[in-house]
Write a protein that binds this ligand. Sequence first.
Ligand code: NAD
Ligand code: ZN
Length: 253
Amino acid sequence: MVEQKDLIKAVNIIKNSNYIVAFTGAGSSTESGISDFRSEGGLWSRFDPSIYANYHYFLKDPTKFWEMHNELSEILINAEPNPIHHAIAKLEQLGKLNAIITQNIDSLHQKAGSGSFNNIPIYELHGSYEKLECLDCKREFHFSMVETKSVKYPVCECGGLIKPKVVLFGEPLPFGVLEGAMQECRNCDCFLMVGSSLLVSPANLMPLIAKQHGARVIFINRDKTMMDGIADVFLQGKGGDILMKLMDAVIND
Ligand code: NAD
Ligand code: ZN
């Protein structure tokens, strides 16, 4: 249960900030029906990441990855943004948000309209499920262009393996995206984190960088994280409910 004084503190930070960066993780999409990785019943309890989401394993045998992906992509295509995505989009509409950094690959921020109100950048640290490429000739494909279900795994005309541009374990982050996101963390005066265990590196460096550069840090998460000590305010609970209250106060108080 969030205490009123903590909520007021977060509202005041948001109102008094001039450069807010929102940082989201898998927990911001669970209310859209996409399970996170580490919670009970989450993806990792069904698909061992060292096999299903490992880059080196993918190169040896892509079938396991596509098995997981075919199941997950059905959910991703049909998922709709939830109150967390809408609240973050609203912050941009109000002129209060300067950038979004997300670990998610689900495009739900874009589906909620983020990036289209004030053209703020959205840094997808781990890529997007919608974009695919051939690992050999680098030809790019939209998800809808590639048949993935009737084959063991999709192959390009050149014979190369086709892979979604999502970052698997053992694979570097997309060029330029990490640097851009880190610069936003240095620039911001408020860092708003929603729904991340902050266990995945280098993404989990972001709140630390923001804090070191003087930003006020707000965490909204269902469970405690290893980094709660750096948060100026930690609002624990269901992100959608908390952000709806928070936005109501930002707009009306
Ligand atoms: P994580 O699974 O490690 O942690 C999720 C956190 O969100 C947990 O601490 C949990 O307490 C919290 N949470 C869950 N539901 C919540 C809710 N309704 N409100 C508030 N908090 C909630 O997620 P992570 O830190 O993002 O790391 C997982 C990695 O997996 C990321 O790299 C991400 O790329 C990937 N992933 C992405 C998606 C997606 O695109 N939606 C889904 C699963 C995993
Ligand atoms: Zn090719």
